[in-house]
Design a binder for this molecule. Sequence first.
Ligand SMILES: NC(=O)c1ccc[n+]([C@@H]2O[C@H](COP(=O)([O-])OP(=O)(O)OC[C@H]3O[C@@H](n4cnc5c(N)ncnc54)[C@H](OP(=O)(O)O)[C@@H]3O)[C@@H](O)[C@H]2O)c1
Length: 338
Amino acid sequence: MTIGWAMIGTGRVHRQMAKAIKAAKDTELIAVLSRDRARADTFVEKYGIAKTYDSLDEMLQDPKIEVVYIASPNGLHARQTIRVAESKKHVFCEKPMAPTPKECRSMIESCKAHGVKLGIGLQFRQHPAHIKMREMVASGELGRLVFASAQVEILATWVPGWYYDPELSGGGVMYMVGVHRLDLLRFILGCEVEEVSAFIGEQPPDRPFEDTVAAVLRFTNQAYGTIHFSMNIPQGTSHLEVHGSQASLFAIDTTSQWWGGGGGELLMKSDKITTRFEFQKTDLYKDEIEDFNRCIRENREPMATGMDGLRNAEISVAMFESGRQGKKISIESPAKSS
Ligand SMILES: NC(=O)c1ccc[n+]([C@@H]2O[C@H](COP(=O)([O-])OP(=O)(O)OC[C@H]3O[C@@H](n4cnc5c(N)ncnc54)[C@H](OP(=O)(O)O)[C@@H]3O)[C@@H](O)[C@H]2O)c1
């Protein structure tokens, strides 16, 4: 059974998602919503999509649309999710789910109340290396978890204009890329962050948002971690490490393909043995779309749920607060893990 998708917006991630939705099994991209008809027409022509809308209410009347992909500026995600849920259509919302935990909770409640699925665009969970790391951690192969680290270092010379409006972005590098790494650490370790201590980098006058974040994390299983993100590093890397009392995992370049690519390698080191796993490039966006479709068909939860989005927002906000106050911040009663 083919599932009909529609998307809000005609920007950067939409171009990747349009290709991925079209490539996904049993999925049809029915329509695109834009504030500008001419922009929508150019977009649909390029990607071979049937319809355009300039009103969300009108688009939500279309019976062929079952899923709405929300990839508008971060500060609009909650409002649009609630509107889509009210129309009884499923929501696939980009990361960050929303800038504040309060908004995330309202999105979860609305989707629950209207009996629709809510998935979050955290595509790096789909990478087979990260799934393998999660399984190895869960199986106890690494021994007692001791330490984990993640980073993302990029040079962002251009960002969409709405990032300059705090109401629309809610943050800078944290929500642009950092939230992907926070989420991956939670996903791989299978536990939550309960305390953070963070430095929030300078907000240069020409960019009213943080461009570098460095933090120490304490996890609920007593392991520690570090995480840093920067959009000011031209020669960056994107590695992930997990260290246990018996073995360590090193994921190399598994997150460096920004636009949905897989690839990279995973090393497992224990005593004198190093095992190496290689991964082919895949389209992680396509994988997350197919996962969401399965979750609709099989009435189960997607790989990245609303609770994951909420949890990532709680940690992000705690990190901002820690930076502001210059002290450790505990995260109260962790939301249930994925
Ligand atoms: N998972 C990932 O790998 C990934 C990658 C990139 C971005 N994202 C997320 O996707 C979302 C969009 O990011 P993007 O980089 O694609 O941004 P973008 O290129 O600026 O696209 C945003 C789109 O939202 C629409 N929009 C509606 N109201 C708007 C407003 N008030 N101001 C500006 N645009 C408005 C615009 O379409 P019209 O002008 O046609 O209305 C615009 O094309 C963000 O939440 C971001 O975090 C996720």
